[in-house]
Design a protein around this ligand. Structure first.
Ligand code: DGL
Length: 271
């Protein structure tokens, strides 16, 4: 059991977006070890088919299992929407996604039950947020909006840029003009545009980042399974990508509250 407690948490995304979830896990579970995988060679996931996302997720989970992870967080809304159900049935390792935590957080925040969801095409078309929100609160109204250009803007580091502001206006104007009082950042890349989005949407709209709630769910799961590492010992973070390690490293160092020195590159197609 002690070995299992010390085993790392696997966290994955198509690229840097999942670092916003890893950051939250580091904050809330400071003793846990983490193995992060960013599928930078095959990004973006948002425009890919369900079959491809399931195949990518299986390969990444098989890779993470070689690192002996005790639990996995799919730190990607698209992969949660398209693959969580399938991979949960196929693998013994406990797997958490980000959509249910995000939906729950939004329901707790909204006063008028009108919730906006910004996400990738894959996430919005899957309607998974709407489904999960309605399971908890059948009367809620959900307005989804696919924002496909947000991911490349974030990956390019254009988090504060006039082009990003224009794109935000194009995608989010309808939501801003609607009665939505709570908006979910339904893609793990989007919290990196949080200040620009908050400024655009104005004070009347609460912005929900599912990462916080997802980290809470992970904490609960580890406790329930008696797998939580709370020994105050030095933790270890490992980072893997499928391409462009140097660029990822630069980005990771701007997002995470600690210095990332090494990024390993793996051929994910081998898994
Ligand atoms: N960050 C991911 C998500 O939460 C995927 C973005 C993408 O690769 O399109 O949906």
């Amino acid at each position: 059991m002690e070995d299992l407690k010390k085993a790392p948490i696997g966290v994955f995304d198509s690229g840097v977006g999942g670092l916003t979830v890893a950051r939250e896990i580091m904050r809330q579970l400071p003793d846990e070890n983490i193995v992060y995988f960013g599928d930078t060679a095959r990004l973006p996931y948002g425009s890919k088919s369900k079959d491809s996302i399931i195949r990518f997720s299986r390969q990444i989970i098989r890779f993470l299992q070689t690192r002996h992870v005790k639990a996995i967080v799919i730190a990607c809304n698209t992969a949660t929407a398209q693959a969580l159900e399938t991979v949960r049935q196929e693998f013994d390792t406990p797997i958490i996604g980000v959509i249910e935590p995000g939906a729950r957080a939004a329901i707790n925040e909204t006063k008028n039950k009108k919730i906006g969801v910004a996400g990738t095409e894959g996430t919005i078309l899957s309607q998974m947020y709407t489904r999960v929100i309605h399971e908890i609160e059948p009367e809620a109204e959900v307005m989804g909006k696919a924002c496909p250009l947000f991911v490349p803007l974030v990956e390019e580091g254009f988090t504060k840029h006039h082009i990003t502001e224009e794109v935000i206006d194009i995608y989010l104007r309808e939501m801003k003009e609607s009665e939505v009082d709570t908006m979910i950042l339904g893609c793990t890349h989007y919290p990196l545009l949080r200040s620009a989005i908050i400024e655009y949407m104005g004070e009347g709209v609460r912005i929900v980042n599912p990462a916080y709630e997802a980290a809470m769910d992970l904490k609960k799961l580890l406790k329930e399974k008696n797998m939580n590492k709370e020994d105050g010992e030095f933790n270890r973070y490992e980072f893997y990508v499928s391409d462009a390690a140097a660029k990822f490293k630069q980005f990771a160092n701007s997002v995470l509250p600690y210095n990332v020195e090494t990024i390993h590159q793996v051929n994910i197609e081998e898994f």
